[in-house]
Design a protein around this ligand. Structure first.
Ligand code: SF4
Ligand code: SF4
Length: 334
């Protein structure tokens, strides 16, 4: 197996496109905040126009369709085909597993690179307590159907104090599911999670995540998880300064840092199908602040994962939330 930190690069960008905010579930940690992101569903003409705004770099841009639940959009299949015409480097649909509007019959496995399913527990009890009754079964059923139709599937597990204890059971659960990638995410303190102390301590994170990630990778699955805590020799970099990530919401807000999505700090806005920079002060003015704690947004908005020694020095620096560790299974385990 080969473990590496995925370096930031302007050569490869990511476009996280929320085409609507509506959802059939109401997960307890949902990061969608309709006060900030609106309740619009973009029509297909607008989706195509907005994809066009990012199309100059399409061949080096990974596009992820998100919601709410993107399969609730009746024209998601047309949006995928438009993205394909623009030539995006990769196309992913993130789903909660309900796969509305017969999406698996309306697109083919050649149209997208990944269908990514969110599951937040190894058992229905834990997952459904977070994501809603019946959602565990829907995810497993959806993966089965999608794999059967030849789609490449991945899984996203968002770790919080409510489900960290079940992460160790995930290697057993995913063993025969046929997924190709497994993403571990850390819970963000925004949307429905704001104000709830669900973050995982450094000790718990480091005591669970790397070991579980290796076990899953040992089964031939590519595993990606956020670095979170920088080692003393690691260099800190803010993706807002050195990479290109765009988080687009249906009310036109475009963020470059997901941590500040609960606030009107977006650096751009789409107005009349044009991408317009926002006046100061916005997130971009904060990216260059050099602080001993590492990520400035973390310090401002979710400082609970910081600790200081007696001299007031931070005990560790927090990495950019977009800095990932990736474990590639070796050829022999594939
Ligand atoms: S986290 Fe995703 S699936 Fe859950 S309520 Fe929010 S948008 Fe829906
Ligand atoms: S998470 Fe922190 S380091 Fe990353 S883009 Fe946001 S402000 Fe920058």
């Amino acid at each position: 197996m080969q473990k590496q930190t995925v370096a930031f690069s302007r050569e490869s960008s990511n476009l996280f496109f929320h085409i609507l905010t509506k959802c059939n579930l109401s997960c307890s940690h949902c990061y969608i905040n309709q006060d900030q992101h609106g309740a619009d569903t973009l029509d297909i003409e607008t989706i195509e126009a907005w994809l066009g705004l990012f199309s100059a770099k399409a061949p080096s841009t990974n596009l992820i369709f998100l919601g709410g639940e993107p399969t609730l959009h009746q024209d998601l299949s047309l949006a995928v085909k438009a993205a394909k015409r623009f030539g995006f480097k990769s196309i992913t649909i993130d789903t909660n597993g309900y796969l509305f509007h017969d999406i698996l019959d309306r697109i083919s496995s050649d149209d997208i690179d990944y269908l990514s399913f969110s599951l937040d527990g190894a058992t229905p009890g834990t997952n459904d307590a977070v994501r809603g009754k019946g959602s565990y079964d829907k995810v497993l059923e959806g993966i089965k159907k999608a794999v059967g139709k030849g789609f490449s599937c991945s899984m996203i597990y968002t770790v919080s104090a409510r489900n960290r204890h079940e992460l160790k059971q995930m290697p057993g659960l995913v063993r025969n599911l046929g997924i190709k990638r497994f993403f571990i995410q850390v819970i963000g303190i925004r949307g429905a999670s704001a104000g709830h102390p669900l973050q995982v301590s450094k000790k718990d994170w480091l005591g669970t995540i790397p070991e579980t990630a290796e076990k899953i990778a040992g089964q031939g699955i590519i595993v990606t998880y956020p670095k979170v805590f920088l080692d003393p020799e690691d260099k800190f970099e803010c993706a807002g300064n050195v990479a290109e990530n765009f988080f687009v919401f249906p009310n036109g807000r475009v963020y470059q840092c997901p941590i500040c999505e609960d606030f009107p700090l977006h650096s751009h806005e789409i107005r009349q199908n044009r991408l317009v920079p926002m006046p100061r002060l916005n997130e971009k003015d904060l990216f260059s602040l050099n602080i001993p704690e590492g990520c400035v947004m973390n310090k401002l908005l979710q400082p609970r994962n910081l600790a200081y020694d007696r001299d007031g020095k931070p005990e560790h620096r927090i990495a950019c939330c977009m800095l990932k560790e990736e474990i590639m299974p070796s050829r022999t385990t594939l």
